[in-house]
Ligand binder design. Sequence first.
Ligand SMILES: [Ca+2]
Length: 392
Amino acid sequence: MSPKIITAVVVISLITLGAILSGKNFFEKEPSGDGIVCTQEAKICPDGSAVGRVPPNCEFAPCPDQNQSAQITVIAQNLEIPWGLVFLPNKSILFTERTGRVRMIDKNGKLSPTPVVTISAVKHIGEGGLLGITLHPDFAENGYVYLYYTYSSTGDNTLNKVVRFKFENGKLVNEQVIVNNIPGAANHNGGRIKFGSDNFLYITTGDAGNPSRAQDRNSLAGKILRVTDEGSAAPGNPFGNLVYSYGHRNPQGLAWDSQGRLWATEHGPSTKDELNLIEMGKNYGWPTIQGDEKRDGLETPVINSGSSTWAPAGTAFLEEKIFFGGLRGEALFQYDISTGTLKEQFKEQFGRIRDVVLGPDNFLYITTSNRDGRGRVQEGDDKIIKIDPSKI
Ligand SMILES: [Ca+2]
């Protein structure tokens, strides 16, 4: 027997012995999922989609909304057009209902059935009513809460105003006028209010259905205004009055990014909705230019919706992204500043989305507007929904 044959016999013997000792049949293939065929039986998920059985155990695949529900919590429901939302330092929430109420969700998540205040002077008409809400930068000391609402002056003339209340013993008391006589109408009332890091109050106003007013720097319509906490023109304003920027149609969202730049969303005429980067004294073009159009002295939006509709509203900034809600667009939009890309999420899942707020927990809080006369009212509407931004 040659040395080669002896070596081969020894090697084969050792391999066979090893296989016997390990308890495995050396020549049998390990089972794998590749060859398993499950039945074609399907399960219908809550969202109406169907999932089948999958290898290796032929269990049903997870429903798509099971993953999604992990990132979503409804924190209040059966509300009436919640428009603006703000967190108090103790993490409870104040929010407006467009019909004229301010309501509270305490820090434990309990919605109080009794409003914090009901404002009888609110004129709930078309897109108007009780709209924006924000806190004074020194709220912890002075308890000041600012509101924006539509009201009726003599002759049933529709106007808007910014007022200030004091939050005391769980109620809003002692109403003071901050800015009044902002032109109003059934539609295009603007209504977002927020303090900037300069401690001045920024106010978005609509053209109140009269586009030429947006170009009139002496009218309060179709503007972003900047005022002191008492309502006078902020020192340094470009035209010596309350106007900060002009040529706006109906802006409803404001947010500052990490570089301190101001972004605003604005409704275009059914399409060509806008996301603008706002700079003091600039003219944002309405009604002279729309969409991508350019003209000297006028600002073209950073992005616009082209032939589709966002109907954008409340806006929040988080980690280089501008989040904004879509009313007719029925989605949460996410514009990435660093890449210039726009993402659309939760399309038609919640219906019309009005406000988007970043909470102290770094979660996003959105309000639905399905009971505003233009939506499909879903069970439990309207709602405030908490979304984990790390999962979207
Ligand atoms: Ca514009």
